[in-house]
Design a protein around this ligand. Structure first.
Ligand SMILES: C=C(NCc1c(COP(=O)(O)O)cnc(C)c1O)C(=O)O
Length: 381
């Protein structure tokens, strides 16, 4: 099946008892058994729930994987990935990543003896210097949040296999519509389902998709044992969001291209970070591993004054100033003081995340209105 057909049909089937075409919301915590252990595959909703099962199967299909595993948030999913490891183990991570992920790694798991190396990954050949006998996994985002770096999945997968490391890829910014990391050799693909998959800014959820059965059983064990599972209503909302993922992503990409080009030519804009530009350092890699370049854009202003950035964001009207991304409505954010505030300033600035950086999640509105919104806000500085 092609992606658009999978988005509508994968993982779901008419309800066996009623024929309902949409997967029902099984709003129940438990299931009656005929005698101890004699049940219909469902015992307790933290462990299994039919609405969640349909969503997990749908997500696995969209990522060309075998096993989908859902969590109550993206960080809940990442938490379970890191719980695969033990004190003394080491993880090599991209040095540009979501601030909450950095915080989870450094403020939680370093206390449990897991060591993280935050390194630039635009040239995977430099990674070997960070490998030792304790290294267990490589953690990648691509495109990265918020600097829009592109990491070569095929090259990092080859590196990981050569050194017998797991490769986990946070595919949130691309969505399964634009990129499928398992196809390039990744072992785990992770999503903040909160973003493009839910697509309507009305759910917080996370997911993992893997092919390996043993890895899946370890992650399913952690999903149940640690309990960060989503409820059936949220699973229903994401199942519904997924049905239009392909249509929404096409519009996000069209609008992203229009807005990126508009910003690039604006006299008050210093630099625009968007993988679709031919001048992007890894544009050729993006072309190879992505089907299009997405709706996430970051940019800086001439003069790099935080006051100017705040004035622009306060005056944007269609681009609402809020955390998150990937919904139908356009959002703007200030990573330095919002999503990435938990990363020390000196660490942020090593990757180019300066105080004047503005991040846009370009929605599916009419592009002309979005351009005019940016024009009027930039006129205020
Ligand atoms: C809320 C934001 N990010 C969440 C996020 C997460 C965490 O997902 P949550 O569903 O918010 O827990 C993981 N990975 C990436 C790349 C993310 O962007 C944000 O960047 O505005």
């Amino acid at each position: 099946m092609k992606f658009g057909t999978k988005a509508i049909h994968a993982g779901v089937s008419p309800d066996p008892s009623t024929g309902a075409i949409m997967t029902p919301i099984y709003q129940t915590s438990t299931y009656v058994q005929k005698s101890p252990g004699d049940h219909q595959g469902y015992e307790y909703s933290r462990t299994h729930n039919p609405t969640r099962t349909a969503l997990q199967n749908s997500l696995a299909a969209l990522e060309n994987g075998k096993h989908g595993i859902c969590f109550s948030s993206g960080l809940g999913a990442i938490d379970s990935v890191v719980k695969l490891f033990n004190p003394g183990d080491e993880i090599i991570s991209t040095n540009d990543l979501y601030g909450g992920t950095y915080r989870l790694f450094t403020k939680v798991f370093e206390r449990y003896g897991i060591k993280f190396h935050f390194v630039p990954m635009s040239d995977p050949s430099s990674l070997s210097s960070y490998v030792n006998e304790n290294t267990k996994m490589v953690w990648v985002e691509t495109p990265t949040n918020p600097m829009m770096n592109i990491i070569d999945l095929e090259a990092v997968a080859a590196f990981s296999k050569k050194h017998n490391l797991l490769l986990a890829v946070d595919n949130t910014f691309a969505s399964p519509y634009l990129q499928n990391p398992l196809d390039f050799g990744a072992d785990i693909v992770m999503h903040s389902v909160t973003k493009y998959l839910g697509g309507h800014s009305d759910v917080v959820m996370g997911a993992l998709v893997v092919n390996d059965d043993e890895l899946a059983s370890r992650l399913v064990f952690l999903q149940n044992a640690c309990g960060a599972t989503p409820g059936p209503q949220d699973c229903f909302l994401v199942l519904r969001g997924i049905k239009t993922l392909h249509l929404r992503m096409e519009r996000h990409c069209q609008n992203g291209k229009t807005i990126a080009a508009y910003l690039k030519n604006h006299p008050k804009v210093e630099k625009v970070y968007w993988p679709g530009f031919e001048g992007h350092p890894n544009h050729q890699v993006a072309k190879r591993q992505m089907r299009d370049f997405g709706g996430m854009i970051s940019f800086t202003l001439k003069g790099n004054r935080i006051e100017d950035a705040k004035t622009v964001m306060e005056n944007l009207e269609l681009f609402a100033l809020a955390e998150s991304l990937g919904g139908v409505e356009s959002l703007c954010g200030h990573p330095a003081s919002m999503t990435h505030a938990s990363i020390p300033k000196e660490e942020r600035e090593k990757v180019g995340l300066v105080d004047s950086l503005i991040r846009l999640s370009v929605g599916v509105e009419d592009a002309e209105d979005l351009k005019n919104d940016i024009l009027q806000a930039l006129a205020k500085i």
